[in-house]
Design a protein around this ligand. Sequence first.
Ligand code: MRU
Length: 349
Amino acid sequence: MSERPPRTIEWIGDANGFVRIIDQTLLPIELRYRDCRSVEEVWEAIRSLRVRGAPAIGIAAAMGVVIGLQGHLNDFSPQLDRVCDYLATSRPTAVNLFWAIERMRCLARNLSATHAAQQIHDTLLAEAMAIEDEDRRMCWSIGENGAALIAEASGVLTHCNAGALATADHGTALAVLYAAHAQGKRLKVFADETRPLLQGARLTAWELKERGLDVTLICDSMAAQVMKEGKIQAVIVGADRIAANGDTANKIGTYGVAVLAKAHCIPFYVAAPSSTFDLSLQSGNGIPIEQRDPREVTHGLGRQTAPDGVTVYNPAFDVTPAALITAIITERGVIRPVTEEKVRQVLGG
Ligand code: MRU
């Protein structure tokens, strides 16, 4: 196990500095950092999942705004809009991306009447660092709030990667498991491999092993059998966007896992910070679902696995209805039952 876990994302230098990320497309074979020094490089890193997971995408975009304004002290305002609009096209589903971009844009606009461009640029860097720091603290609190839901000697299934690699640190779903583990609970974590891009196999299995948790990798299609065998006492996943009624978008396959959990009377938990809620959407029907390159399905394992020219459908996310979610664990408390009233009450909105 590593002494100090590597940092998913980090700003290096002053406002003219750059963002350093773990290139997650290379894991688990290689732990290599990648420096993004232009807004195009940040956009590409988000789009190609070098940096991924809803909170980490938001942090990367906030830092990308700072990079995009470098060398633009003379046309600061129009460049701010260009950069924000551009970064917002990198991926559509995780609301943290838009939340972070709009937070940066609003701050800059509010300061523009009274501050020089250089001062605003410095303040935007401080804001991006604050977004990162807040995320770390929110994730820690999610872990603290959720650990009580995980019983001693549980088998816990998770899907995709909602760990430290997807956030500033700790993760959301995995933060709960780290906190329960730190309390001395013996856990057996099952990680769905999470086709087509294998975030569960490549990232969650790697991260849990690095941090000393007991992890067993299964193919997505094995979840029902593992549940039927009585090996799973709880399911916990992260989220990319949660509507006001609690409907939750997360990695494709999550909805199926929730249906299976219901069929086997296993509690199904979602863990997410307040920055992942989109209270402007009444239900999950309005959540945009990212469609990705068919080659992720036909060539995803390093070789062609389907006939040339076959039609492919590749939605990257699905929406789990609130009715299938036992509770949503946030840094502000646990939402249970998952209703609009309770969501607004816990979030204080
Ligand atoms: O396509 P990805 O890898 O960005 O999808 C990530 C997920 O679906 C995560 O579960 C979600 O963003 C929560 S991360 C704390």
